[in-house]
Design a binder for this molecule. Structure first.
Ligand SMILES: NC(=O)c1ccc[n+]([C@@H]2O[C@H](COP(=O)([O-])OP(=O)(O)OC[C@H]3O[C@@H](n4cnc5c(N)ncnc54)[C@H](O)[C@@H]3O)[C@@H](O)[C@H]2O)c1
Length: 234
């Protein structure tokens, strides 16, 4: 397939793009160039003309862009960047891609759509309830995806990531929520698996390194996508 990766030059893009490129023809749309040999179009996810150019002849879109990480929660400009890239961006990108003939989308969501994802009963499939600006924009981003799937009959898969990090970092990681964070190879495999989901409609899955499902349950991702965390710490 021909796959446009919006925001593919970032941290998650570095984990995902090389793997996708082994299976698909990948083109990155970003404000800055990605690493490695991959087709690149410079432009913003909120600029319809740039997205139109990037979406030409593509079969699927993977959305990895997000507002700025620097100066986290430092004021209205930071908030505005997340509303722009996490809400307006998916709207412009999915609308434009759908009109260009794209039928599938994979959206990098986050378990931050929940106010506290470590203290909820996920077997009951709770509704996202985050109220902080980042979590709220990720919730709204999922709603934009759901609306686009209904409006255009797209298959849109949201992957709710938890602490994605390169495998070496994941093996060495001793920080917070150690049992929940996810190895880059597993994150990349989740995007690859989600691209194989073609049934129209919106679905969201938890993507976590919680092997033993002590806190978070990846069973729905396994049932629908055949994905489960595979990286193991020795
Ligand atoms: N990194 C994490 O811990 C984490 C956790 C959960 C979910 N996520 C989600 O994964 C996705 C990727 O996160 P990341 O860590 O790679 O972020 P990142 O900031 O490292 O990368 C985002 C990329 O988007 C690009 N971008 C920003 N604004 C853009 C615009 N207007 N137009 C085009 N490109 C733009 C940036 O240049 C950057 O290359 C995000 O949607 C994020 O919400 C990340």
């Amino acid at each position: 397939m021909r796959v446009l990766v919006a925001g593919g030059a970032g941290d998650v893009g570095r984990m995902v793009v090389p793997v996708l490129a082994r299976h698909h023809q990948v083109r990155v749309l970003d404000l800055r160039p990605p690493e490695g040999e991959v087709e690149f179009i410079e432009g913003s996810v909120t600029d319809q003309a740039a997205v139109e150019k990037a979406a030409r002849d593509q079969d699927a879109v993977v959305y990895l862009a997000m507002g700025r990480k620097t100066g986290w929660r430092d004021g209205p400009a930071w908030v505005a960047s997340h509303f722009a890239v996490n809400v307006t961006g998916p709207h412009v990108t999915l609308e434009t891609c759908a009109r260009a003939g794209v039928r599938q989308a994979v959206y990098a969501s986050s378990m931050s759509v929940f106010a506290d994802y470590t203290t909820r009963d996920y077997t009951a499939d709770p509704a996202p309830d985050a109220t902080d600006a980042y979590g709220l924009t990720k919730r709204l981003g999922e709603q934009v995806c759901e609306a686009a799937s209904r409006e255009h009959g797209l298959a849109v898969t949201a992957l709710r990531l938890v602490g994605p990090m390169p495998d070496e970092e994941w093996h060495a990681y001793r920080g917070e929520r150690r049992e929940l964070v996810t190895a880059g190879s597993d994150v990349a495999a989740a995007f690859l698996a989600a691209l194989a989901r073609t049934e129209p409609g919106f679905a969201a899955y938890t993507i976590t390194g919680d092997h033993d499902r002590l806190t978070l349950d990846w069973t729905p991702a396994f049932t629908a996508l055949g994905w489960r965390p595979r990286a193991r710490r020795s």
